[in-house]
Design a protein around this ligand. Sequence first.
Ligand code: NAI
Length: 325
Amino acid sequence: MTQPKRIAVTGAAGQICYSLLFRIANGDVYGKDTPVVLQLLDLPQAQKAVQGVVMELEDCAFPLLQGVTITDDPATAFRDIDAGFFVGSRPRTQGMERRDLLSANAEIFRTQGRALNEGAKRDAKVIVVGNPANTNAMILAANAKDFPTENVTAMLRLDHNRALTQFAKKAGVSVDAIEKFVVWGNHSPTMFADWANATADGKPLPQVIGDEAWYKDTLIPTVAKRGTAIIEARGASSAASAANAAIDHMRDWISGSNGDWVSMGISSDGSYGIPEGVMAGVPVICSNGSYERVQGLKLDAFAQQMLDRTVAELVEEREAVSALL
Ligand code: NAI
């Protein structure tokens, strides 16, 4: 058997991790031949709850799970890791302004960025799930000075997967028939689900669906408001689907996306007019353990306006936390 992969997961006592940890331990990220060691981080007051989750992990008797550590110390959690799922973050509480939420999380991700810098392997792959995910990822990367910025990413995959299913239902095809679809920008209601280049069984998706009004007036708002709709229906926020999206993101990054596009929040190099350093969702193709931006796409006036709107929000978020960068 190969060497175990060390995987840090933050927010281990939370809802998303109650699904995520079991999927990782089952081999859903690195595959069925690679053992894993979990390094779980949560706040001091959540340590007992994490112990309960670990008891359940033990009771699953996962053959690939070679060890678990529990800690409230980021330096311990990120030591020698091959991958990190940054799920834990400060939720918005009553009376809290958006700016306060951004700063509270910025503090957390600054501390964690420094610990990541100290302890993680230089080729470790990091996904930030905890909201505001894009800006948290930017702060994490900025505070991990000797850690490659391209190895820090933010999760847009849940928005991507949400849209895929809506498209597949409308087009009457299976989800895997749809390719070259992307969600641009921020993981927030401003995200832009862009079907312009998408195909269904190789045919242009806009032509297959043939209903632009549905795309603009139903699909885009449905995906943007899906999180709220789930809270209304379930009485709790999306957790299993968020965990699944995090797994999809990491698995594709590690093993490749078979030539298809996936949506990842990555640090901008200025492409598509997205200011450098902003962590924005763009189309990428994953292969050989890395990703490449899809370049040279033409955006029509509608797409450009949608992209500008979501990027403007990211720039505003960056300004709100500029002191911590
Ligand atoms: P939750 O509230 O159930 O769990 C969060 C956990 O994080 C708690 O156990 C808490 O103690 C822990 N935590 C808080 N601060 C921490 C810190 N400094 N270090 C370590 N752990 C810390 O939340 P849930 O449902 O698991 O969601 C987690 C995050 O993921 C939220 O911010 C949520 O908004 C976000 N999310 C992001 C999505 C995306 O697509 N990017 C989709 C769904 C959720």
